[in-house]
Design a protein around this ligand. Structure first.
Ligand SMILES: C[S@@+](CC[C@H](N)C(=O)[O-])C[C@H]1O[C@@H](n2cnc3c(N)ncnc32)[C@H](O)[C@@H]1O
Length: 337
């Protein structure tokens, strides 16, 4: 029997291109908004943020960069920029008993889910109508975040995976080698999306020397990155890595934030990170001339992050794009091996 190939690449719902998947999800968003989705954290009352004027503890100009010290659930609802943020990047505490400066990272599960929904809501309320949100989250809370953003009416654009390989042998289960990078938009048809700013070499160019890709009239030998991210400078920030900020836990590589910020914001745009940590988001945003707001619960963390944001700056600017993520050696017509 002849193979029935899908050749309608723009067909809504088609599996050949994510464009179809996004259209289908956008249609489903309204139904999900109205559905009665119940999650464990719904049993706990929402956090009540006091109405107050908030002032940044640290501030710099050109571009405007602000760091607020406090609980993001209290600061975000009082920001003067609510409804104007182009891009949120959030790397929250995972409730894994990590010794963060002042934040206690060990809540009962229902309270942690409520905390998660509360900061997600505060972020969504800060977004402009064209805004996007990225969340860095491991397996155990990923599903709840996906469902919460869907019931808030947002549309998933990509479910990316950040893959790292530093894990050691363990007897109990497979080694954890990924965190999810969830990308949602308020309005998928009207969002900031700059694929040309983040291109990498395609495997056809980098491995197979395929002349057809070099002959293309645009993006010759290049492509938008895949949804699994790994490679040089993409590992966990450990040991003597020059990006490392000591006493900070779960620091994210600069290349990760560079890809997100370049793809989903424009120069002069406004980026928000509710969980500053070592300040990776604002450091990269500043290097690429984006305005940024970040909040940090621990005063000591905030002081150290500000030194990085304001004085040290980005160390690997431009390293997230242009190269190849190929995992096989070169072969094809001009390969030497
Ligand atoms: C996973 S780390 C963020 C790491 C950051 N992405 C980086 O690259 O350095 C989470 C940070 O959020 C802070 N934090 C925890 N709960 C918070 C809250 N409710 N409001 C603001 N910051 C909070 C912690 O102190 C910690 O520094």
């Amino acid at each position: 029997m002849p193979e029935n190939k899908n050749t309608e690449f723009d067909r809504p719902g088609g599996y050949a291109t994510p464009k179809g998947a996004i259209l289908v999800q956008a249609k489903a968003a309204k139904a999900l908004l109205e559905a009665d989705i119940r999650l464990l954290g719904d049993e706990v009352p929402s956090h009540a943020a006091p109405a107050s004027t908030v002032e940044p503890a640290y501030r710099a100009d050109d571009p405007d960069t602000r760091l607020y010290v406090g609980d993001c659930r209290d600061v975000l609802p009082n920001l003067p920029d609510r409804g104007e943020v182009d891009l949120v990047f959030a790397d929250p505490p995972f409730n894994w008993d990590v010794p963060y400066d002042e934040w206690k990272d060990g809540m009962p599960r229902a309270a942690f889910e409520r905390f998660t929904f509360d900061w997600l809501d505060a972020c969504v309320d800060c977004l402009a109508p064209h805004g996007s949100i990225w969340v860095n989250i491991p397996d155990d809370t990923c599903a709840e975040i996906v469902m919460h953003l869907k019931r808030r009416g947002l549309t998933m654009i990509n479910w990316c995976v950040w893959h790292f390989r530093f894990g050691q042998h363990r007897d109990s289960s497979f080694i954890m080698s990924k965190v999810h990078a969830l990308y949602f938009a308020k309005d998928p048809a009207n969002r900031i999306w700059n694929p040309d700013a983040v291109l990498e070499q395609s495997d056809r160019a980098a491995i197979y020397n395929d002349p057809r890709t070099q002959a293309k009239s645009s993006h010759a030998g290049m492509r938008v990155p895949m949804d699994v991210w790994y490679g040089p400078y993409w590992g966990r920030i450990q040991g003597n890595n020059k990006e490392r900020r000591h006493r900070h836990h779960n620091q994210i590589p600069e290349v990760y934030l560079e890809r997100v910020i370049l793809a989903c914001s424009n120069e002069g745009g406004l980026v928000l990170d509710p969980f500053c940590g070592s300040g990776t988001t604002s450091t990269v945003a500043r290097a690429w001339n984006r305005r940024s707001i970040t909040t940090e619960y621990g005063a000591g963390n905030a002081e150290s992050a500000w030194e990085r944001i304001k004085t040290i700056g980005m160390l690997r600017k431009g390293q997230s794009s242009g190269g190849s993520s190929a995992i096989a050696p070169k072969r094809g017509p001009t390969a030497t091996a």
